[in-house]
Write a protein that binds this ligand. Structure first.
Ligand SMILES: [Zn+2]
Length: 190
């Protein structure tokens, strides 16, 4: 695995998950002495500059989970960004009407209450649906179309959102940490 692609989970000083960092950002926090504590074994080692006194190259070991003080250059919103990918992940790539498990390309986003009828484009009104069900439902509510939802859509909390956006590269210790912050809504990733 390409180490530069690995993500480091950043927590705030109180241990709440905040965001994913690449190794450059994490190294920057170390350089600025912003790391308060960390969890787990080092997942990569990076080489820094040479020590002026000894002439030896400094090495920095980066663990998978770090807690830092201060802020990072990137702002992080409190409302998790809704995207096709994250909704499909949340819904386990299942059509929430017929239960078929489908690929990214085969799924569509369905607004439970259609936008044309005042439905919002938000986490609790958007679900994944197959093209067929989406067509059958059309411009109706599920009740009008005689269709039932398999699960109630929810807005992911921060830990759930971080798991959804990085599901392919998440390490088991990171997942274990995040899962301790999951709500009852959480369904296992497919
Ligand atoms: Zn379907």
């Amino acid at each position: 695995m390409n180490q530069s692609k690995l993500s480091i989970l950043r927590l705030n000083i109180g241990g709440a998950p905040i965001e994913w960092l690449n190794w450059e950002d994490a190294a920057c926090l170390y350089a600025r002495d912003k790391i308060a504590w960390s969890i787990g074994e080092p997942i990569m080692e990076i080489c820094g500059g040479r020590n002026r006194m000894t002439g030896l190259q400094t090495k920095l070991q980066l663990p998978g989970i770090i807690a830092s003080t201060g802020t990072i250059h990137r702002g992080h919103q409190t409302t998790p960004t809704l995207s096709r990918r994250t909704v499909f992940m949340r819904d386990q790539h299942l059509c929430m009407y017929c239960g078929d498990q489908l690929s990214f390309k085969e799924l569509t986003l369905d607004h439970i209450v259609p936008v044309s009828r005042g439905g919002k484009h938000n986490w609790t009104n958007v679900i994944s649906a197959c093209k067929r069900c989406n067509q059958i439902k059309s411009n109706k509510t599920p009740e009008e179309a005689g269709m039932q939802l398999l699960a109630v859509p929810y807005r992911p909390n921060r830990a759930e959102y971080l798991a959804l956006i990085n599901s392919k590269r998440i390490r088991s210790d990171q997942m274990q940490f995040l899962s301790s912050h999951f709500s009852r809504n959480w369904r296992e990733l497919s």
